[in-house]
Design a protein around this ligand. Structure first.
Ligand SMILES: NC(=O)c1ccc[n+]([C@@H]2O[C@H](COP(=O)([O-])OP(=O)(O)OC[C@H]3O[C@@H](n4cnc5c(N)ncnc54)[C@H](O)[C@@H]3O)[C@@H](O)[C@H]2O)c1
Length: 304
């Protein structure tokens, strides 16, 4: 199979849907993006253009490459317009009933051979696909934000997913310039989010305990584990450090680590005050122009 011969659908043209569509379009894949919100067509065009502009600014692509990618992205006014696609990546809101309702509608619109892949951040494929007519064509393809800067896609089978569907999706993503990894089985949060949220829980715990301020906690990560994890993962790190030493440290440290959900109160308090983070100008950090510029500069370095 050649991804360039395929037409791919993306259902949900928000942050992730537009990022995924643009990533695929940059590889020359024809993408149909459907979003049911009013004014979605202009918003999708604007979001995809902003992704391309960031890549041009970073000199990662040329204007001509951006124009070619833009020409590969088409807005689908209804799910029926995805009828000619062989793979549909679902990227709508993280709501189980909304996703299940979309799959029911999608299955009526696309051929029986079309694969449907959810970009869910952590719902189990068993739950997502429980009401599907063709769960054997369903799987999870968990992209990372922003997809044009982070190549990883966790490909997660459901209980009925055919091996051919897994193989074809992995192949298609690889050809489109992504870094797909195939999981042997599903667990909520898959791999990446389980690790990300274990780290977040501990970081919030340290903040709550007053061990250091938020900037210091972030700096510790960036200048130590961040550097290391760019090149090798935690298991290689443990091997390199010596498992006998890691065992000794684990024996006294692991019982001390945060294990409960108390830190959720800290997140909840911010959200209740309308402090959602970067998008509202205030979250755990204050997002003034200096922090915004610093963040954009750092984000660009992910392309190095
Ligand atoms: N934001 C992240 O960091 C991130 C990372 C990885 C995965 N995800 C997952 O990707 C999915 C999308 O997240 P997002 O951040 O892009 O959300 P988002 O809110 O930016 O976008 C969701 C889009 O889906 C559209 N939509 C909602 N219901 C629809 C329907 N029935 N039909 C068509 N369009 C519909 C909305 O209009 C909106 O544009 C979620 O499952 C999320 O958990 C998010």
């Amino acid at each position: 199979m050649n991804v360039l011969d395929m037409s791919v659908g993306v259902a949900g043209g928000g942050l992730m849907g537009c990022g995924i569509a643009t990533k695929l379009a940059l590889a020359g894949v024809a993408v149909q993006v459907h979003d049911n919100a009013s004014g979605a067509q202009d918003r999708v065009r604007g979001t995809c253009a902003a992704v391309l502009a960031e890549l041009i600014d970073a000199q990662a692509i040329t204007r001509a490459q951006a124009d070619a990618a833009e020409a590969c992205i088409h807005f689908a006014p209804s799910l029926n317009a995805l009828a000619g696609t062989s793979l549909v990546i679902e990227a709508i809101v993280e709501s189980l009933p909304a996703k299940q309702a979309l799959y029911a509608e999608l299955e009526r619109c696309v051929p029986a051979s079309t694969c449907i892949a959810s970009s869910t951040s952590g719902f189990m494929p068993t739950l997502l696909g429980e009401r599907m007519q063709r769960p054997q064509r369903f799987l999870v393809a968990h992209f990372w934000n922003p997809p044009h800067l982070i190549p990883l896609v966790e490909v997660v089978p459901g209980p009925y997913t055919e091996p051919e569907v897994l193989h074809d999706t992995v192949e298609c993503l690889r050809q489109a310039g992504c870094e797909p990894v195939l999981l042997a089985k599903a667990l909520p949060g898959f791999i990446g989010n389980r690790i990300q949220f274990a780290v977040l829980r501990e970081a919030l715990h340290l903040l709550r305990e007053g061990v250091a301020d938020a900037d210091t906690i972030d700096r510790v990560m960036v200048h130590s584990l961040g550097r290391r994890y760019r090149w090798f993962g935690p298991l290689t790190g443990a091997d390199a450090g010596g498992l006998h030493t890691f065992l000794q440290i684990s024996e006294h440290l692991m019982p001390e680590l945060a294990k409960d959900e108390e830190v959720l109160d800290l997140l909840r308090a911010h959200v209740e005050r309308g402090e959602k983070g970067r998008s509202t100008g205030r979250g755990i950090h204050e997002w003034d122009t200096g922090r915004e510029a610093q963040y954009l500069k750092a984000r660009r370095r992910m392309l190095d």
